[in-house]
Design a protein around this ligand. Structure first.
Ligand code: PLP
Length: 366
């Protein structure tokens, strides 16, 4: 049910005063603190991730920055896998240093480097399936390394969704989602959510109350609608993505395909362990011929839409060098493992034959 109220009435001033002192936990006072529809969304995600509770935010970045501000203060340090979503990368590498919070970066397979940087840090951060190159970290190993120092492993589970992976079961302490993606699932809302134990969650919620990136009740209601079909959508996207990844692997206009469920992919063994052998709804591939050829390929698509975002009903494609990573030089792209022809495809719910026809026609007649 959608409760769109921003505020709540009380029968007398004593009740109002008591609820205001408590702010949360004794009824509803003001929707930046708590709202019944947002609470229902939080309970649904907590159930999916197997956590005791969840706290919702206005976007994935609202959730991620609230975690950072809750767990770190000026002078503190984060250790992060360098394979991250672009705005998470800029939050950690540009924004937070202005507030005295710095980050040590490591390749997600560099366990020795990560172990050496953890003493004295505040948290370890990674994504279950990294954006955009869809690499899978060894979550249990990273949780073990963080645990040796008594630190939380924070995992962005956006790409996998709790249908493929529940990071808390692999030792993570905090799970975060951009609910804009698979949880919402229809490209019609922005949202974020954090799952953790009560102590961390209260610290994260307090940041949310003071900074104010609360999830709008209508977006929580839309996200609940999305969650109702989450398993079906994830299953369909995974099936179609695997089929497309396999076909592109054999296509002469494609230099390389990145998809964890492919036997040839370096993340394949980890996908077996962490994702039940599934690869998620997103794949990457290098169009042969580089930047111009990839841009022309993208322009020739008729069914698949060039657009940011992923995890929704419709298939979306991003040519990294000309869209999401324009600020990087050719060298910087290379060192981030992103070729000039790299495209990220989020596979939606369309007929996979239609998607393959569209991709093949655009590859062959860009
Ligand atoms: C893995 C990942 N985490 C976080 C975000 C940020 O989410 P939002 O756009 O909802 O702020 C994104 C957005 O694309 C993402 O892909």
């Amino acid at each position: 049910m959608l409760h769109s109220s921003s505020t709540y009435a009380f029968s007398d001033s004593a009740e109002f005063a008591a609820a205001s002192r408590a702010k949360v936990g004794s009824g509803y006072v003001y929707s930046r603190w708590a709202n019944p529809t947002v609470d229902a969304f939080e309970a649904a995600v907590a159930g999916l991730e197997g956590s005791n509770g969840a706290e919702a935010f206005s976007s994935g970045m609202g959730a991620i920055s609230s975690i950072m501000l809750a767990l770190c203060s000026s002078g503190d340090r984060v250790v992060a896998a360098k394979q991250l979503y672009g705005n998470t990368y800029s939050l950690l590498s540009e924004r937070l240093p202005r507030y005295g919070i710095t980050t040590n970066w490591f390749d997600l397979v560099d366990h020795a480097g990560i172990r050496s940087a953890l003493p004295g840090a505040k948290l370890l951060y990674c994504e279950t399936i990294s954006n955009p190159r869809v690499q899978v970290p060894d979550l249990a190993k990273l949780a073990e390394l963080a645990g040796e120092q008594g630190l939380p492993l924070v995992v962005d589970n956006t790409f996998a969704s709790p249908i493929l992976c529940r990071p808390l079961e692999h030792g993570a302490s905090v799970v975060v989602h951009s609910a804009t993606k698979f949880l919402g699932g229809h490209h019609d809302l922005l949202g974020g959510v954090v799952c953790a134990d009560a102590e961390i969650l209260e610290a994260v919620a307090a940041v949310g109350r003071d900074f104010g990136p609360s999830l709008a009740p209508f977006n929580a209601w839309l996200a609940l609608r999305g969650i109702a079909t989450l398993p079906l959508r994830v299953e369909r996207s995974c099936d179609s993505a695997l089929r497309i990844a396999g076909a592109l692997e054999d296509h002469e206009e494609v230099d390389a395909v990145y998809y964890p469920a492919l036997a040839s992919d370096p993340s394949n063994a980890l996908a077996d362990r962490l994702l039940g052998g599934r690869g998620g709804g997103t794949l990457g591939f290098d169009v042969a011929g580089g930047r111009d050829r990839a841009a022309a390929f993208q322009d020739s698509l008729r069914l698949i839409t060039p657009a940011s975002s992923l995890g929704g009903t419709h298939s979306l494609i991003v040519h990294a060098a000309s869209a999401t990573h324009t600020q990087l030089s050719a060298d910087e792209l290379r060192s981030a493992g992103i070729s000039e022809g790299f495209c990220r495809l989020s596979v939606g719910l369309e007929d996979p034959d239609d998607l393959l026809d569209d991709l093949t026609a655009a590859l062959e007649n860009p």
